[in-house]
Design a protein around this ligand. Structure first.
Ligand SMILES: [Zn+2]
Ligand SMILES: [Zn+2]
Length: 259
């Protein structure tokens, strides 16, 4: 098995995605308790002590909650952009020697990990590409819109974890206060189901792509709705034939895929 991606948790209550590729076992974000991370990894036969690193997309609470325990008790190195470290709350609860600067390119266990900038209301937020031989896995959540840079970064991924945060109608008609709706809908907020679908439709792709729809809002989305919205738009754009097939996976409840 050359690539395995397991979304341990996804959404505004916490995010953590396990990526095993080549000789690297990496967690993208740790926004749930270390205990939940440990349990989630154990369910797929992985011990926390096997983790090479946590790489952080940004400093929001739903991405960093478990870092204190993961660093203090398990000594897992954590890589975040310098600005994210500066803006992060609760850094004093982490083991200082585990806190490292995330460069634009990182090399772990024969795997190249590249960052790319995303548009979100955080300090220097990023998405990730993992490369090993001809396999490419990508993670892009928490983005207000997909810039050309993001599209280029996600192109030709084998496995892609992509945000489908909300249904615009549910959000607009929902109970969130106006300022929060504006934040989510803004260019530095979150990607809607529609926007995720159009991104997938225009993305240069391999023959087969596994796509996790991620960071679904519990309040302003439904798993089935996200799936149907994306499927409908992809079908209307003739995506899904043998030449560029996409398999959509939901991260709620947890799912896993491997190549
Ligand atoms: Zn965020
Ligand atoms: Zn988030």
């Amino acid at each position: 098995m050359s690539a395995q991606v397991h979304v341990l948790a996804s959404g505004s209550t916490g995010n953590a995605t396990y990526v095993a590729l080549g000789g690297a076992k990496v967690l993208v974000d740790a926004g749930i308790s270390a205990r939940r991370i440990q349990k989630g990894l154990e369910s797929i036969g992985v011990a926390v002590s096997e983790l090479d690193a946590v790489v952080l997309t940004h400093e929001h609470r739903d991405h960093v909650l478990g870092l204190g325990t993961l660093t203090r008790r398990h000594g897992v190195p954590v890589y975040a952009r310098p600005a994210a470290w500066q803006a992060m709350k609760g850094k004093d609860k982490m083991e200082a020697s585990c806190c490292r600067e995330l460069p634009e390119r990182l090399h772990i266990g024969g795997v190249d990990i590249h960052t790319f900038p995303i548009s979100h209301d955080a300090a220097d937020p990023v998405g990730f590409n993992f490369f090993h031989h001809d396999v490419k896995c990508s993670v892009a959540t928490d983005l207000g819109f997909a810039t050309e840079t993001v599209v280029r970064a996600l192109a030709y991924s084998d496995i892609l974890v992509l945000e489908a945060n909300h249904d615009v109608n549910m959000l607009e008609g929902g109970s969130y206060p106006w300022h929060l709706k504006q934040r989510i809908l803004s260019n530095r907020g979150h990607l809607s189901n529609d926007a995720a679908a159009w991104l997938l439709a225009k993305l240069p792709k391999k023959k087969q792509t596994e796509v996790f729809l991620a960071h679904l809002s519990q309040e302003n989305n439904r798993p089935q709705l996200a799936l149907e919205t994306v499927e409908t738009i992809l079908r209307s754009q003739s995506v899904g034939d043998e030449e560029n097939n996409i398999r959509l996976l939901l991260t709620y409840p947890d799912q896993m895929t491997s190549l």
